[in-house]
Design a protein around this ligand. Structure first.
Ligand SMILES: [Zn+2]
Length: 510
């Protein structure tokens, strides 16, 4: 799979073949802006005092004839970040299409405030060209939005590599959006497996291993299987765990990443009542991000990395076979877990897979384990739309994993905030009755619970047995949990593919 439109290098704005130029800029100030464009902006400034906030469609003396000026607005180093450029580019590309252009061209200029302005600008434009999977499938005649996007840069030497990189990153994000976005039937666990098999053919460099046998799932992934029980009575809703492995030619580090793939979250027996169920098809975006990241690896083929990804795919259904609160289930790690709320299914379907990753990590070089999940409404309440929250265990905090990821995210405009797992989080989830090791959840919805997004990290550490690999242990293991409930993209907006860009920037030496 590649992008279904071309990215074309443009050497000169006098080239024909384009009918709309998009310029993203902070007030027309960047020295790299071609004079044919800056002169037009200067003229427009004289008749529009709001030009640098609201932008404009302007005439230009170039073959394209049309310029969409997409301003970033006023930027301050105090609190703005490079997303000013990505957001403006997305708006700009949508505006140029609305203006009637069929063959747009984007102009990339450096802005000294940020490290990767050109890349983020281009990625923003590509985001605007994305068409969601079901729309594409139902209206193939409308897809793709353009046959090609022309790209001009004030750094022509670096342009081919920039185009290649942006194309690879966007291809990964497209796969993540294609899996994360669709409705629960189009992307049921079985259909996710089909999509993954299509995206990673034998020659992709990604090895696939799909666990769908119920006897094996029950034996090896008991917490997962409790959630899968209700859905498994319907053939087309049966769950599966998909492992994807990439091995670089000279790996010095192994990432082990578990993604939450709840294709639909009804809440289960603790049903999401009162209108809060809609939008829950996005509960698979963690697994979708794993697929997207693996896609980028399969294209860029970094030598120094080995990555084992796991997509834990299940539907949290409600029915006569569903799991309920008070059930006592022995986890893969041998912990006795008491169920407290069936809507806390995400941690259930990841804990045993995380335990397997822990087992594998002990045999890997320099391992770092992640979970990626739309885990809690509390994450959204805490940081608001657009932000991933990262939480390290002791060893990962010592290695500054979340901090490094946050720095990488800042560079690429895939923003990550950091929370810290505290003693109260462990206390919340430690067993309360005699012989009980772990309590899965309190009875409150996460959005109303205290420390609602931090505490589940402690559950995952306890139920998977990762607690035995803390700072004081003989074999410390680095583990970082990423809650993407606030950054995955809410219905009816497109899925975002977060945090694929931040992970790529942090680990691929882009
Ligand atoms: Zn839930």
């Amino acid at each position: 799979m590649e992008l279904d439109y071309a990215l074309q290098e443009v050497g000169s704005l006098s080239e024909g073949g384009y009918d709309g130029i998009v310029l993203v800029s902070e007030g027309g100030k960047e020295p790299g802006i071609p004079t044919e464009l800056s002169s037009v902006i200067k003229k427009a400034e004289q008749v529009d005092a709001d030009l640098h906030d609201s932008g404009a469609v302007l005439g230009v003396e170039l073959p394209a004839k049309r310029l969409v000026y997409a301003p970033t607005g006023k930027i301050t180093g105090d609190y703005h970040d490079v997303r000013q450029f990505g957001d403006a580019a997305k708006k700009g590309i949508l505006r140029v299409l609305k203006s009637g252009a069929k063959s747009p061209l984007i102009v990339l200029v450096d802005n000294k405030r940020f490290e990767r302005t050109r890349l983020v600008t281009l990625l923003g434009a590509l985001e605007g060209l994305y068409m969601n999977l079901q729309w594409r499938e139902d209206r193939p005649e409308k897809s793709p939005k353009v046959k090609a996007l022309g790209v001009w840069s004030d750094d022509p030497k670096g342009l081919p590599a920039l185009i290649q990189l942006a194309g690879a990153l966007e291809t990964g994000r497209v796969l993540a959006r294609d899996i994360g976005g669709p409705d629960p039937e189009r992307m049921s666990p079985i259909n996710v497996e089909k999509a993954v098999r299509g995206a990673f053919p034998a020659n992709s460099g990604i090895a696939l291993d799909v666990v769908s046998d119920e006897a094996i799932l029950n034996k090896e992934y008991p917490l997962y299987s409790a959630v899968n029980r209700a859905a498994s009575v319907i053939d087309r809703h049966k769950g599966r765990i998909i492992y994807l492995t990439y091995t670089g030619s000279a790996p010095t580090q192994t990432l082990l990443i578990v993604g939450k793939g709840v294709t639909y979250d009804t809440g289960g027996a603790d049903i999401k009542a009162g209108g809060i169920m809609a939008g829950m098809c996005r509960d698979k975006c963690g697994a979708a991000a794993v697929a997207g990241f693996m896609k980028i690896l399969s294209i860029l083929k970094p030598k120094h990395l080995k990555v084992i990804g796991a997509m834990s795919m299940v539907r949290n259904s409600v029915g006569e076979n569903c799991y309920v609160s008070d059930e006592m289930i022995m986890s893969r790690a041998g912990k006795r877990v008491r169920v407290g709320n069936t809507d806390a299914e995400g941690r259930m379907i990841m804990a045993d897979v995380l335990c397997r990753m822990k087992e594998l990590a002990l045999g890997e070089k320099n391992p770092q384990i992640f979970t990626i999940a739309t885990l809690t409404g509390h994450a959204l309440r805490t940081v608001g739309e657009g932000y991933t929250i990262a939480m390290d265990n002791g060893p990962a905090r010592k290695a500054q994993t979340a901090a490094k990821l946050a720095t990488a995210g800042e560079v690429i405009g895939d923003i990550i905030d950091i929370s810290r797992v505290r003693r109260e989080d462990y206390e919340t989830h430690r067993g309360k009755a005699e012989g009980e090791d772990v309590v899965q959840a309190t009875n409150l919805p996460s959005a109303q619970a205290k420390r609602g997004h931090q505490a589940p990290s402690a559950f995952l550490i306890l139920a998977s047995g990762l607690e035995e690999h803390g700072l004081e242990s003989a074999k410390p293991l680095l583990y970082t949990h990423l809650d993407i409930a606030a950054s995955c993209g809410e219905v009816p907006k497109d899925a975002t593919g977060a945090p694929v860009l931040a992970l790529s920037t942090a680990y691929l030496d882009l």
